[in-house]
Ligand binder design. Structure first.
Ligand SMILES: Cc1ncc(COP(=O)(O)O)c(C=O)c1O
Length: 399
């Protein structure tokens, strides 16, 4: 009897001894939630992506929501979001009351392009106030061109870089450096390239805006005396500051990332380059093994002038030509221990957005969705894991 196949998830965290030791040390420290590791992680993250500021938050959905709030994307405003992304990108705008217009994507890469953004702006009922480019699977959108277009129509740019921590481009330096965006949002969910369990961050180059985001992530509390609207409550009659006093001028949320999570973030961040290299090696190995399956299977292409940190390995499969449904291919792969996923169901098809906007036709997104399948990709997959997946896919598509 042959051994059962190794079960390969589509994504998996890499937790090592130093991560565990750092978390244990933080748990034994004086602070569990807001403590010294939060600013230390923020500094390390900002330095890693080349931004002035990083604001750590409880997850990327919170990060996107704080950005939408900071930009006042309230009722009556429109923002552009690509149709191929996770729910959270569009929901962040809806949660602040604004509406979204979905941009189509390149059917080969799933990325919004300057052309699809241009079409979305033209189709919007009024001038959009913001755009949220999504760096799907790791490669960056063409941010120089997108930022150029956004500047011409006075639209703020917020990158959803949940998939793209560690990606560098020749044009824009690392994703998150803020050369072409006001704010960049990251996710540290376990399937992402580095993890803080749940977690996220916003990087930016505007200290005033960073202070606002930090305030909003913690109930809107202000403790700086110089900012009090009621200074008489912030100090005693003898002039001594009242150390307990805080002030709220706008309600905020509890979107804090904990000290314990930041301990993990620091060790994970120190290994980001290694994680990125291991993912790139696995991708290169897949590319070689899957090349013979062309044209039924198209491998994800690396955009010119980019060094992406590959979060996913999404292949495009011509299921019609194979005479197999995607569900059947996924079922066969699962039988060989290979777990796959689909990123993502187009947002304009979600009942909530369809009810708001009516039926929309976004052919690039629909074609991308019809063919995409994310194969397992994570640092620990190894050559044997990639071989297992490639072999299973070859067998699954055989009819
Ligand atoms: C593109 C994209 N945006 C936003 C999010 C939300 O991230 P989080 O799970 O950290 O809230 C995700 C998470 O899967 C994502 O993939």
């Amino acid at each position: 009897v042959s051994a059962p196949p190794r079960i390969l998830p589509y994504g998996r965290q890499s937790i090592e001894a130093d991560d565990i030791a750092a978390v244990v040390a933080a748990l034994q420290g004086d602070y569990l939630t807001t403590g010294p590791l939060v600013p230390r992680f923020e500094r390390a993250l900002a330095d890693a992506v080349g931004a002035q500021e990083a604001v750590a938050v409880s997850n990327c959905t919170a990060a996107l929501h704080l950005c939408a709030r900071a930009l006042d994307l309230i009722e009556g405003t429109i923002s552009v979001v690509p149709a191929i992304t996770f729910l959270a990108t569009a929901n962040a705008v809806r949660l602040t009351g604004g509406d979204v217009v979905f941009a189509d994507v390149d059917p080969a890469t799933g990325l919004m392009t300057p052309e699809t953004l241009h079409d979305a702006i033209r189709s919007a009922p009024k001038a959009p106030r913001a755009v949220f480019p999504v760096h799907l699977a790791g490669p960056s959108c063409d941010m120089a061109a997108i930022a150029d277009l956004a500047a011409r129509v006075d639209m703020a740019v917020v990158e959803d870089a949940a998939h793209a921590i560690g990606t560098t481009t020749r044009q824009s330096a690392p994703v998150g450096a803020g050369r072409h965006a006001a704010m960049t949002c990251f996710s540290f969910h376990p399937v992402k390239t580095m993890t803080t369990v749940e977690g996220g961050a916003i990087t930016l180059n505007d200290p005033g805006l960073a202070a606002r985001l930090r305030r909003d992530r913690s109930h809107g509390m202000i403790r700086e005396q110089t900012e009090f609207l009621r200074p008489e409550l912030g100090a005693s009659a003898d002039g001594l500051p009242n150390p307990w006093y805080y002030e709220m001028q706008e309600p905020g949320l509890n979107y804090r990332l904990t000290d314990v999570q930041c301990a993990l973030g620091l060790t994970q961040l120190s290994k980001l380059d290694r994680f990125k290299r291991a993912r790139a090696q696995a991708k290169a190995h897949y590319d070689t093994l899957l090349a013979p399956l062309a044209p039924l299977v198209a491998i994800p292409k690396t955009p010119v002038d980019q060094d992406p940190a590959w979060h996913l390995y999404p292949v495009q499969i011509d299921f019609d030509e194979c005479g197999l449904s995607r569900a059947e291919v996924m079922r066969r792969l699962r039988g060989d221990g290979v777990m796959t996923q689909v990123h993502y169901v187009p947002l304009h098809w979600q009942p909530y957005y369809r009810a708001r906007h009516g039926a929309r036709n976004l052919p690039g997104a629909e074609r991308y969705y019809a063919r995409t399948l994310s194969l397992p990709l994570f640092p620990g997959i190894g050559e044997d894991g990639v071989q297992q997946v490639a072999g299973a896919l070859r067998r699954a598509l055989r009819g």
